[in-house]
Design a protein around this ligand. Structure first.
Ligand code: AMP
Ligand code: MG
Length: 404
């Protein structure tokens, strides 16, 4: 074993360093069908009012309020998409259907239920009010109004608005392409039968899911060897096509841990050790052309926790999100938590509601190899460093993964 030359830095300092070196990617114009989940890169201003014309809200008759109580002659029909082109003059009305254009001269719509029809004649109620039962132009949206702001994520309502304004494409931030590689000569592919001393590569599948959830495109590099030359070739080839490299394993100080020296030779390592449990050997480097590399620790929980703390916010920044962090909420500990002397710990917990409070229960052994501590967890509770444990009943901040 060699001693690491990297200073042990605080979690928040490491997270800030990562974001400081993370670029926002460029803008591309994408068809609406592929925009869901993307982040709008420019403000969207309405080029037209909605509705563009006075539009009936009901089925009935377009009439003049001053004709209240009269029997009127029906001049024709205004259906959705087939407007009546004439004018409603005193003593006359036009049959109108929902979405039909309110004809000129009419100032209200009487609902079908409220009239009496006799052939070409219709009797309207004794009291009518101008302006009712139709939508005025611009009621939903006025031309010139800002519809969506840059930085907003596009969901169903936002995409519906863009379509209503007849915009087939939207300017969105590019999504990062990420190369994902596991390292370790003990690893075999999922589906195989591990021999003595071998384990199945589970990190790649966990991280693939985490990356997809974070909205990026993933190129899987498979399992990299614990051998400097071939490992370097694999990484250098992959970097031609991607913005980000994410690896797991090979970042501690064992003689087979090759990721740190590799990243040192390719770029600048900004973070090499963090006062974090799990995840002390987390490594972050910038590479030429604005590319980033994240060397995650090999233990399964360590790799996913460091992904949440460092990688996910960076990938969100690249995609133009303004909110980079998962929600953080105060939670009350429902158990006595052990603390680590010199490292902030992210303990995995389930949550339950007690009135307006969230109460955290441990998911059991917090060993960094025990993925069961993370499966089904609702949150990561931040346990400050210290020699004393934290007593049940104490309120602490938690990073919320899913609310119960
Ligand atoms: P390392 O940091 O490479 O020394 O890895 C530490 C430990 O993490 C290894 O001894 C394995 O038990 C585990 N590990 C490393 N890579 C993986 C992987 N891809 N999938 C599951 N476990 C892994
Ligand atoms: Mg290894």
């Amino acid at each position: 074993m060699r001693a690491s030359t990297y200073p042990l830095i605080e979690v928040d300092e490491a997270a800030a360093l990562v974001l400081e070196h993370t670029p926002v990617l460029g803008i591309e114009r994408v068809a609406l069908a592929h925009c869901v989940g993307r982040v709008l890169a420019e403000d969207l201003v309405a080029t037209a009012s909605l509705p563009a014309y006075p539009s009936s809200a009901v089925d009935g008759y377009a009439v003049r309020a001053s004709d209240a109580g009269k029997q009127l002659r029906v001049l024709g029909e205004s259906a959705a998409g087939r407007p009546f082109e004439g004018r409603v003059t005193p003593g006359n009305g036009v049959r109108i259907l929902t979405g039909g254009v309110l004809p000129d001269g009419a100032d209200c719509v009487v609902m079908l239920e409220d009239v009496e029809e006799q052939g070409d004649l219709v009797t309207v109620p004794a009291s009518l009010k101008a302006g009712v039962n139709f939508h005025v132009p611009g009621a939903d949206l006025r031309a010139g109004e800002r519809v969506l702001a840059a930085g907003e994520q596009l969901g169903p309502a936002e995409l519906g608005l863009a379509a209503a304004l007849s915009l087939p494409r939207l300017p969105v931030f590019r999504r990062p392409r990420v190369a994902l590689m596991s390292t370790g000569d003990e690893l075999i592919e999922v589906g195989g039968k591990p021999g003595r001393g071998q384990i199945v590569d589970s990190n790649r599948w966990a991280l693939l899911a985490a990356l997809r959830e974070a909205g990026v495109e993933v190129k899987s590099l498979g399992i990299g060897p614990d051998e400097a030359g071939p490992l370097r070739k694999l990484v250098v080839d992959a970097l031609r096509e991607v913005d980000v490299l994410v690896t797991s394993g090979g970042v501690s100080v064992g003689t087979h841990d090759l990721i740190k020296p590799l990243l040192e030779s390719l770029g600048d390592v900004h973070v090499g050790r963090v006062k974090l449990k799990p995840g002390k050997p987390f490594t972050f480097a910038t590479l030429p052309e604005g590319k980033l590399a994240f060397g995650l620790p090999g233990f399964p929980v360590s790799s996913l926790v460091t992904f949440e703390v460092f990688v996910r916010p960076a990938l969100r920044k690249m995609q133009g999100f303004t909110q980079l962090q998962r929600p953080r909420l105060p939670v009350r500990l429902g158990y006595d938590a052990r603390a680590t002397a010199d490292r902030t710990e992210y303990q995995r917990v389930t949550l339950r509601r007690e009135g307006v409070e969230l109460v955290a229960e441990t998911t059991g052994s917090q060993s960094s190899s025990r993925l069961m501590s993370l499966a089904g967890a609702h949150a990561l509770v931040r346990i400050p460093p210290g020699d004393q444990g934290i007593k049940s009943g104490t309120t602490l901040e938690a990073m919320i993964l899913a609310l119960p």
